[in-house]
Design a protein around this ligand. Sequence first.
Ligand code: FCB
Length: 454
Amino acid sequence: MAKFPDNFVWGAAAASYQIEGAAYQDGRGQSVWDMYCRKPGMVWNGHTGDVACDHYNRYAEDVGLMKQLGLQAYRLSVAWPRIQPSGVGAPDERGLDFYDRLVDALLAAGITPWVTLFHWDFPLDLYHRGGWLNRDSADWFADYATHVVTRLSDRVKHWMTLNEPQVYIGAGHHEGRHAPGDQLAFKEVLLAGHHTLLAHGKSVQAIRASTKQPCRIGYAPVALSKMPLDPSSPADVAAARAKMFSISSQTAWTNTWWMDPVFLGQYPEDGLKFFGKDAPAVKPGDLETMSQPLDFCGVNIYQGQYVRAGKDGAPEEVPMPVGARLTAFDWYVTPDAMYWGPKYLHERYGKPIVITENGISSRDWVALDGKVHDEQRIDFTQRHLQEAARAIADGVPLETYFHWSFIDNFEWAHGYKHRFGMIFCDYEKGGARTIKESGHWYAKVIASNGESVG
Ligand code: FCB
């Protein structure tokens, strides 16, 4: 029987650009995603986030649905261009007012808001001023953070700075398959990365300086999890750990490049060596700025890779076997990533772990009986939660779980093709919402504090 601590927190997550819509309402500025969606061929079927789930206008209904699920916490993100339409300068009160209303509605429903400051909607005007390549981006971001925290921190006590730098820097600035769609030289990619890590640190300072009450601050990178092929083999366990924390190719898809500076105050040595002249010039004080004390290590976990100790003991990634379970996104279903990922991360960084995202894309629709039978989401989530419980039983302080997502939404370059929600959004029918079977199931999980996970 799965056992979760009494103070375990059950939540779900979403992000501004993916659900809000209202792209031209109340003075909102443009972001790199608004621009990217208009580049021909970049987003599946030319979809955009212009309307999305229209959460901006339907937030009260959505909070009501969250309450029906029994959510204890909701992870939302703030759209920087709503707060400062051009990315800098005086805040637009209308933007702040929206998050005020949302936070108030959540609290009235007994749901704790966890706020992410940046989930990829970077102001377009600042992109035109160099974006993350401009070292000033760290100060722009800290200034924006100050406005948000000054307004919301009388009620908000949980903050996350950046969501998945691997993705918006790697996929966005290196591979060009996310906004802003650049394919920069690797040296510039790492420079943009250096500035975003500075932005993280400066925003932590800004939160601590402007919060109206004690708060908890974290960060939400992707955890690229590795699992031992044979968990009973100490050599495989060591090999998976080594692989999870090593850098051996020219890519932004690593854990340590983004987490070591933040949690340990240094770039990883193997990365510095491997990246060589491409590594950013570190100015005095930069690493101190990046490594502000944090209260938790937030991580998004979707899938992991198996690793074994090769003949000479060196870690080797093992291809998935023929027939292995795949989601609609073609991501492998590897529930033990939810055990090993948090375990290795806690060992290395010593922080409590918050699962800031975990979920599955499946091909859902409303059946003739009016229900959405998303059995795969139930099974996926059940398996992952069982592994979370196993990690907790083995002493990993895994405190909170946010399911991605509470509602179907705009899945970036894949548009509305992918459905990740526990609530179905019927875009064809004006965005009508239906709680999926997984939502009803999750409500029972929450009500039993995880016991029903089995
Ligand atoms: C993560 C993103 C999130 C969502 C999920 C499916 O990489 O943080 O916005 O798109 O993937």
